[in-house]
Design a protein around this ligand. Structure first.
Ligand code: FAD
Length: 625
């Protein structure tokens, strides 16, 4: 029996999609400008904002603080850092725009109640040049509270999963989705949309499969909704080849930042070799980027991977050595003992603040960081344009910094009118992290309200027939299951449908083996990518046959459809870029060198949903700073 689904229509002016760092920033800023301009704002999150998105478990550091006012750094310093880390492929206007505003966002966090570590003089304690140490277990709750207070509960809808954009006359005029708790289909009609639904995990096969499925560095909640939404809306996408591979404590993915930056710990191979020193000459092959400090994240990965591929693993973070070294710097034995205790508790807190599972793993494996080293490893690839990846939509820069080629009227608007993107959803502006994503959300929301006020877009007129079609498509997997589930003795195996878990494993295997995942040692080639696309075509055909037993599984169906869009875009972009530029993220074995003359460009993609075709092009990089 087909299940009855109520249709709920929501009319608003500005629709904010997501409830994470960028969306919370957008909500706070939008509330301010909305009041002044009589604009209605609605925010929709698939989960509960208090603990949704990548900051759900908390964080132990704010990774972007520029310190402009104190003269610690300049905007250009930050742009230089990001450009180099991304091997020259960066939208300097976007990075600068966030850098000039990010400090004010951090000050807001503090005002809202986030404890930031202070030194004896009252200054912030830096983990590294740009990073501030925080007691961040409740970071997300604090930021979400501010967003909720600003918008008001009547304008926030939680536990609604957005499936697709509404596009009319080339403009984005809303979105559709379904409740993950009740049989309700939502139609959001809006004059402008801010897309901030995070990045993507689970596109590649994770290191932890059956025994620990779901365990990954990137939180399982974000599954490519931003990428899919902007791709399906027809927006130009950028840097889709730039995935992120974090090197973290093995198996529980605990953060390494505090160890490398604050404790100045070294990582060594089993034989005690230090790949960062021994393999330094390799960095010359990636000049000029390899020769600048800090060494780009992907090259640090690469030097380690070279050792691992030669069989020199496991690789260890020398925690005991680092702790002892700091304690030894104290003048007398009593002070040394006290310092040792202090460092030990900071080490545990670092994990308890943001990756509790790593503390559990330490406990389960009798690991005391002051006594023995811990293994580190390269994780599977993720899509997180706000961190050290760069994938996302191609957005307009700010009028006062962007060159004409990068400016089309409204900051952070994609190439689709009325559709704005921030955080992981916008591309080529890496290293925004939590604070920069919140800042970019603020910028995007202000700009979107300016668009609404100035352009006065007409209210969307999507007709009932179109809505019914979208609704039927969204909930079809439930009916498909009901219709066929009794045709086999085991409902998980059925020739008429595929359940989302099986589908996900097929996608992950494809990406792992052909697109340079863990088991392929992050290596691929033109031939491998083309074979991967053959399988992708078949997978996409079968996605029509995804079935769901309940609302939770319906969410899984759509998560996988979103992942598939992200995966497809990734392969297309890797295939188009005929070089290896980020060897520690992926290696094109058939084009093993970086080609500055031909490929120091952005790779931008556009998808035509009607034809199911991609178009790829090179876009020149403009140097501003
Ligand atoms: C493991 C890890 C460690 C990190 N460590 C640090 C750190 O130490 N310091 C730091 O500053 N930054 C850190 N970051 C980076 C920071 O978390 C991100 O930059 C930031 O959260 C990105 O913000 P966002 O709004 O784009 O995405 P998120 O904050 O992830 O928010 C995404 C939102 O979209 C919602 N959503 C997803 N899909 C849908 C859908 N289909 N429909 C509706 N809503 C949807 C989610 O529920 C969520 O609310 C870390 C990130 C990770 C993953």
């Amino acid at each position: 029996m087909p299940q009855a689904f109520e249709t709920v229509e929501v009319q608003t002016d500005l629709l904010i999609l997501g409830g994470g760092m960028a969306a919370c920033g957008a909500a706070v800023e939008a509330a301010y400008w909305a009041k002044k301009n009589g604009v209605k704002v609605t925010l929709v999150d698939k989960a509960a904002m208090d603990r949704s998105g990548a900051v759900a478990m908390g964080l132990s550091a704010i990774n972007q603080y520029v310190g402009l006012k104190d003269g610690q750094n300049t905007m250009k310093d930050y742009v230089d850092y990001v450009r180099n880390d991304l091997m020259g492929i960066t939208r300097e206007d976007l990075v600068a725009s966030i850098a000039r505003h990010v400090d004010s966002t951090v000050h807001l966090f503090e005002k809202w109640g986030l404890p930031i570590w202070k030194d004896k003089e009252g200054g912030y304690v830096h983990e590294g040049r740009w990073q501030l140490m925080i007691n961040g277990e409740s970071y997300k709750i604090i930021v979400a509270e501010a967003a909720k207070n600003a918008l008001g509960p009547e304008n926030i809808i939680e536990r609604v999963f957005i499936t697709k954009p509404l596009v009319e006359g080339g403009k984005c005029v809303g979105a559709v989705g379904f409740s993950v708790r009740e049989n309700k289909f939502y139609v959001f009609k809006a004059k402008a949309v801010v897309c901030a639904m995070g990045g993507a995990v689970g596109v590649f096969k994770p290191r932890s499969t059956g025994e620990g499925a779901g365990r990954a560095w990137y939180p399982p909640f974000n599954s490519g909704a931003s990428a899919s939404f902007t791709i399906q809306a027809g927006a130009e996408m950028t840097c889709q080849e730039v995935r992120f591979i974090p090197v973290r404590f093995k198996d529980a993915y605990g953060p390494v930042g505090a160890w490398f930056l604050l404790f100045k710990s070294a990582a060594t191979t089993a034989g005690g070799g230090n790949y960062m020193m021994e393999r330094r000459p390799e960095l010359n092959n990636w000049a000029p980027y390899g020769l600048v400090k800090p060494v780009p994240a992907n090259l640090r990965n690469y030097l380690m991977m070279l050792d691992v591929m030669e069989g020199k693993g496991p690789v260890y973070m020398q925690t005991a050595e680092a702790i002892q070294k700091i304690a030894d710097s104290e003048p007398d034995p009593k002070a040394q003992k006290k310092k040792l205790k202090e460092l030990e508790s900071e080490a545990w807190e670092d994990f308890l603040d943001m990756t509790i599972s790593q503390a559990l793993l330490w406990a389960a494996t009798d690991t005391q960081p002051e006594e023995k080293p811990s293994e580190i490893a390269a994780a599977e690839p993720y899509f997180i344009g706000s961190h050290s990846g760069a994938s996302g939509a191609w957005v307009s820069g700010p009028k006062d910094i962007a060159p004409p080629e990068y400016f089309w009227g409204y900051e952070n608007m994609t190439t689709v009118k009325g559709l704005f993107a921030a955080g992981d959803a916008s591309g080529a502006s890496s290293h925004k992290f939590s604070s920069g994503s919140c800042t970019e959300g603020r910028i995007a929301a202000k700009s979107a309200i300016r668009y609404i006020v100035k352009e006065k877009p007409a209210a969307p007129s999507i007709d009932g027939g179109a809505v019914e079609k979208l609704k039927a498509e969204a909930i079809a997997p439930l009916a498909l299951y009901d219709e066929h589930c009794n045709k086999t003795t085991d409902p998980e195996v059925n020739p008429e449908y595929i359940l989302p878990r099986m589908y996900m494993m097929r996608l992950q295997k494809l990406m792992d083996e052909y697109a340079g995942g863990v088991s392929a040692q992050f290596t691929t080639s033109e031939a491998m990518l083309k074979k991967g696309l053959d399988f992708m075509k078949l997978l996409k055909e079968d996605s029509e046959k995804l079935a769901a037993r309940n609302l939770h599984e319906l969410m899984r169906v759509w998560e996988n459809r979103h992942r598939t869009d992200q995966a497809d875009a990734h392969i297309q972009a890797m295939l188009f870029r005929e070089e290896t530029r980020w060897p520690g993220y992926y290696f094109r074995a058939d084009k093993p060198k970086m080609d500055e003359a031909n490929w120091k460009v952005f790779v931008n993609l556009t998808y035509d949903p009607a034809k199911g075709e991609w178009a790829a092009k090179k876009v020149p990089i403009k140097t501003i700073f």
